[in-house]
Design a protein around this ligand. Structure first.
Ligand code: FAD
Ligand code: MLT
Ligand code: ZN
Length: 470
């Protein structure tokens, strides 16, 4: 999907725009941005691959204001792009041209922290890091953790069903959501916030909004389940010269390390970029082709369980174990700083996919040659959350609007029985390939939901589904 070249011009938010005037009346004039420079950071995505000028950026401060903004845009038949931290990687958080961007950043208050039930109620615009800071005095934290934690909002994380590094222990964002308040296109607001342990009164609307990427409604508040902060943590970085051994050790660790909370895979190409970009020293004296990072956490002595399980691990060529916070962070940096390091050398095609575990090795071995066949400049950088077979295929060396690498990788994934959208969402980046892994009946059911909740198709149109097929 080509990034539309940005033309720096003001939105049509000039004095004569009746919609802009109405929005100003709802949220106050200061919270409607029409000046091109003021809008700029809301209009380009994190990857720099997607974005276009908006009509205006609106920053409501409450659920009521969100509902009124949506109703006004619905009446005017103007599309709305909900936006949280704008860390999304599939182009769904930025305009395609002329939409109103609805930023949730001001809806970020803590409403309730209940250490007894280990649940919190907070505004959708609160970042994951801010939530964790508020929960930390109670020995609690959000079960989903990801490298974008300082900017990603809990509303955006719910809207994308974010995954991250602790999925193998705590599940994805859906598993953390205990309640939700959501505003729909017609200005109605549904609140399912009671938090009672069992409630099956009708359809699970919050469950459907999770992962809907702003196409069904705007999440304004969430009740989230929290998990304990486990004080003893240990991180092991392992080097391999065989992919089979790396995958084998990582997957065995899931069964053998009771306190395992992360299992990550990365490769020499990515590590080289990280070292160059960050200036970090190499983890080992020798360069190895494959790396696995494991983290265990428990109330006491996470290190011994991890070390015991690794004593006889086959094929480990070098290893480092860290328990102190600074050392753990250094080992994590080799993995977590992949995203920024890749973006420092180009605009990657980011293909977040998942494979059945039994096909993971075959996928990794086939994807490089497949891309090289398309271009001698192809530079694939792979890393990911190996326990769920989630591989982030980042491809450099192609023009931004060249869809060949996307097409080739996603078709390979589908042919191996995998998912073309593991944790980042479909966005606009993968919409064209939905049919690879979703049947016509499946897509028709999704369209029926969309038609029902958003008959005017104003909510993030073009994300996941296109109004008119084709
Ligand atoms: P945005 O980017 O603002 O929006 C994302 C989507 O959600 C858009 O479609 C938008 O319209 C919609 N949306 C946002 N807020 C709302 C709302 N309140 N109501 C309805 N719809 C809304 N993702 C992972 O899953 N796992 C990772 O490990 C991970 N690591 C990352 C590391 C880096 C360095 C970066 C830059 C990104 C990473 N991401 C990861 C991607 C991204 O952080 C997640 O998708 C995150 O959930 C997006 O949150 P956000 O608030 O930034 O949402
Ligand atoms: C990660 O796991 O680091 C992310 O999902 C970000 C990315 O894929 O670049
Ligand atoms: Zn990820």
């Amino acid at each position: 999907m080509a990034r539309r070249r940005r033309r720096r011009r003001a939105g049509s938010g000039v004095a004569g725009d009746p919609l802009v005037a109405r929005l100003r009346g709802i949220v106050g004039p200061v919270q409607v941005l029409t000046d091109a420079e003021m809008r700029a950071s809301y209009e380009t995505d994190w990857t720099r691959r997607f974005g276009a000028p908006s009509r205006a950026v609106v920053r409501p401060g409450s659920a009521d204001e969100v509902a009124s903004v949506l109703a006004a845009c619905n009446e005017a038949r103007v599309a709305v792009v909900p936006q949280g931290g704008n860390t999304g990687l599939v182009g769904g958080s930025v305009p395609r041209g002329g939409e109103v961007v609805l930023s949730t950043k001001r809806i970020a208050a803590l409403d309730e922290m209940d250490p007894v039930t280990a649940q919190v109620i907070a505004g959708a615009g609160m970042t994951a890091a801010a939530l964790n800071e508020l929960a930390s005095p109670y020995g609690l934290r959000l079960g989903v953790d990801l490298a974008s934690r300082d900017s990603a909002t809990i509303g955006g994380m719910a809207a994308t069903n974010a995954g991250g590094i602790n999925v193998l222990r705590y599940g994805m964002m859906r598993a953390q959501v205990g309640g939700m308040e959501v505003a729909f296109a017609d200005g109605s607001v549904v609140s399912r916030m009671s938090g009672v342990g069992r409630d099956n009164t009708g359809y699970d609307l919050p469950g459907m909004i999770v992962g809907s990427e702003g196409t069904l409604g705007v999440v304004t508040a969430l009740r989230l389940r929290l998990v304990p902060v486990l004080p003893s943590r240990a991180v092991a970085l392992l080097a391999f010269d065989s992919l089979e051994a790396a995958i084998g050790v990582a997957l065995n660790a899931r069964n053998e390390v009771a306190d395992l909370q992360a299992a990550e895979l990365f490769f020499a190409t990515g590590l080289e970029l990280v070292l160059k970009h960050t200036g970090l020293a190499a983890p080992f004296t020798e360069r190895w082709p494959f790396y696995v990072l494991l983290e265990a956490a428990s109330r006491m002595d996470a290190a011994s369980g991890l070390a015991d399980a690794l004593v006889n691990a086959a094929g480990v060529r070098d290893s480092a174990l860290a328990t102190e916070a600074r050392d753990r962070m250094r080992l994590w940096a080799y993995r977590e700083r992949h995203t920024e390091s890749i973006s420092s050398v180009g605009v990657p095609h980011k293909l977040d996919v998942a494979l059945p575990l039994g096909r993971l090795r075959e996928f990794v071995e086939r994807v490089g040659p497949l891309l090289s066949d398309l271009s001698e400049n192809a530079m694939p950088i792979l890393f990911g959350h190996i326990a769920e077979g989630n591989v982030h295929v980042n491809v450099l060396g192609f023009e931004e609007d060249d869809e060949r690498p996307d097409d080739a990788v996603l078709r390979l994934v589908a042919s191996l029985g995998g998912s073309i959208s593991a944790e980042h969402g479909v966005g606009v980046a993968k919409r064209k390939w939905l049919e690879l892994t979703r049947s016509a009946a499946d897509i028709a059911a999704m369209r029926a939901v969309k038609d029902g909740l958003d008959p005017g198709w104003i909510m993030n149109p073009g994300v996941i589904l296109q109004r008119h097929a084709g």
